[in-house]
Each structure stands twice: as structure tokens, then as C-alpha cells.
Design a protein around this ligand. Structure first.
Ligand SMILES: O=P(O)(O)OC[C@@H](O)[C@@H](O)c1c[nH]c2ccccc12
Length: 285
């Protein structure tokens, strides 16, 4: 597994290379001409009282290795939408995930749902690039960014009419995301440096997040049972990659997940958990 410092350096090098063929000014012009952004936060909230599922398209992961060639990402995206995916995450990161900007373009042409552009975003260049590609949401990782850089990138994303999905792994990172003005917070169960999945992460973190912020539980969702468990702890949406990409029938797996997400026994009262949390003395990390 790469360390965050290595990821940061690798990404900066990749981005500088792209910048030589597409200068920032040109990119900004393209971004201005792109179709207006769709409301990603609203899509993730589109099943009031229930949990939304967002499928992810990627060929490889650092932990699992190669998953699938995905020759036609647009076709896979249509399957996801047919299965009930309310938004789609498209990984464009190349060295570790074998994603490309062309994958994103293909998915953009194929479906109308809001799209999350996923790679290691470290500079404003990538935000403008995301908008030029037609992205509606951009992933920002709190662990990768200094708080001041996180603030700046959230602000840049929102000023272009998109939403930042700020990913965190701890209560401290969740607070940084809130501080930065994120309206969507992802809680990632996978530790990026060790690859280990801890599905209790969402439950450990969620009460520091005000109920008007959309919470997305990320990583390690194997099937309907995991979706149900995340719904029970109060997630608004779940992000599912590997298990869908590996599935011989992603559409029906998604159907099973979306029906688990609509179980009537679900939806705890996040507002009262949050109030309870803010009444407590704060000392923990
Ligand atoms: O494939 P999974 O275990 O369902 O996980 C999806 C998603 O959380 C993961 O791909 C991810 C989370 N944060 C990222 C940052 C960059 C690239 C990928 C990711």
C-alpha cells in the first residue's frame, strides 16, 4: 500500500504532466462550457427515510488487485442505473486503479444521474478538470490534505456548482470536513495505508456529523446485509465498488441492495444522536 505522502507526490507529478497538454486557462474555458452540474446531494437523499446506493466503476484496487477489464464503462453505468444506483462514482485514477478520463467521458455520455469523479485530488487543477468532464461531485480525502488545503478545495468545488464528497476515517477528520463546509461526508471503512476494512467506522464517527449533512458509508459493502447494517447506523447512502464490479449480474445485486436499504425497520434519528453528542464533553480525537 502507498503512504499518503507517496500518493500526494505521485498525483502531483501526474497532474503536472496533464497540465503541459491542457493548460489551466483552457481547462477553465472548457469547464465554463460544460453542461450545468446536477445536484448530487439531493440524489443521495432521494429516498427520504431510506438509504441510497451509489455504484462505483473501477478496474483495479490496490488491495484486491485486478477486478475486471470493464471494456464498456458506459454499459456498466447503464446497468447500475437500471439496478437503482442514484449516482455513480467513476474512478479516473490510473496508476493504482487503471481508470481513465475517457472512462468518465463514456459514463457521462451513457447516463443522466449525478457523477462523482474519483481520484486523489490535490490541486485546484483537478477540480476544474472534473467540471470540464461534466462531473457533479468530486472526492476529497481529509487524510491526504492539510486542513487549509481541504478548505480551499471544498470552496473551489462548490464555487463551480459541484459538491465535494469529503472522505474521512476518524472523528477528527469528520470535524475537519464539517469545518471545511462539506455538505457530503464519506466515511471510509478501509484504511488506505493497511487496506484493512473496519465496518464499525461509520457508527464510530456518524454522531459528530450534523443531520443536514449527507453521510455516505464507503468500502467493503459485500451485499444487502452490509447495506442494511449501514442504514441502521444512520448512513444516507452507501458507496459500492468491488462487489458490483466483480458480480456477474450487477443489476440484480444492486436491486437486492436497494431493497435492503428500504427496510421499514431502518433510519435511526440522527438529529437526536447529534444533539446527544454535542451535549457531551468533547475530548476525543
Ligand atoms: O470497492 P469498495 O470496497 O466497495 O470501495 C469503494 C470505495 O470506497 C473505494 O473505491 C474508495 C474510497 N476512497 C477512494 C479514493 C480513491 C479511489 C478509490 C476510493
Amino acid at each position: 500500500m502507498l503512504t499518503y505522502a507517496e500518493i500526494y507526490k505521485q498525483t502531483q507529478a501526474e497532474v503536472s504532466l496533464r497540465q503541459t497538454t491542457m493548460p489551466l486557462e483552457e481547462l477553465k474555458e472548457k469547464a465554463r462550457k460544460a453542461p450545468s452540474p446536477k445536484n448530487g446531494a439531493a440524489a443521495l437523499h432521494s429516498h427520504p427515510g431510506f438509504v441510497a446506493v451509489m455504484g462505483e466503476i473501477k478496474r483495479r484496487t490496490p488491495t484486491a488487485g485486478f477486478l475486471d477489464p470493464i471494456e464498456d464503462p458506459g454499459e456498466l453505468a447503464r446497468e447500475y442505473v437500471a439496478g437503482g444506483s442514484v449516482a455513480i462514482s467513476v474512478v479516473t485514477e490510473t496508476p493504482n486503479y487503471l481508470g481513465t478520463l475517457d472512462d468518465f467521458r463514456a459514463v457521462r455520455r451513457a447516463v443522466e444521474v449525478p457523477l462523482l469523479r474519483k481520484e486523489y485530488v490535490v490541486t485546484p487543477y483537478q477540480i476544474h478538470e472534473s467540471r470540464a468532464l461534466g462531473a457533479d461531485m468530486v472526492l476529497l480525502m481529509a487524510a491526504l490534505l492539510e486542513p487549509i488545503v481541504l478548505d480551499l478545495l471544498v470552496e473551489r468545488t462548490q464555487s463551480l456548482g459541484m459538491e465535494a464528497l469529503v472522505e474521512c476515517h476518524s472523528r477528527l477528520e469528520a470535524r475537519q470536513a464539517i469545518q471545511a463546509g462539506a455538505r457530503i461526508i464519506g466515511i471510509n471503512a478501509r484504511d488506505r495505508e493497511t487496506g484493512a476494512v473496519d465496518r464499525s467506522m461509520c457508527e464510530q464517527i456518524i454522531d459528530v456529523i450534523p443531520p443536514d449533512i449527507t453521510v455516505v458509508a464507503e468500502s467493503g459493502v459485500r451485499g444487502p446485509r452490509d447495506v442494511f447494517d449501514y442504514a441502521r447506523v444512520g448512513a444516507d447512502a452507501v458507496l459500492v465498488g468491488e462487489s458490483l464490479v466483480r458480480s456477474p449480474d450487477p443489476r440484480s445485486l444492486l436491486r437486492k441492495m436497494t431493497s435492503a436499504a428500504q427496510h421499514p425497520a431502518l433510519r435511526p434519528d440522527r438529529a437526536s444522536r447529534y444533539r446527544h453528542h454535542t451535549d457531551e464533553k468533547e475530548g476525543e480525537a
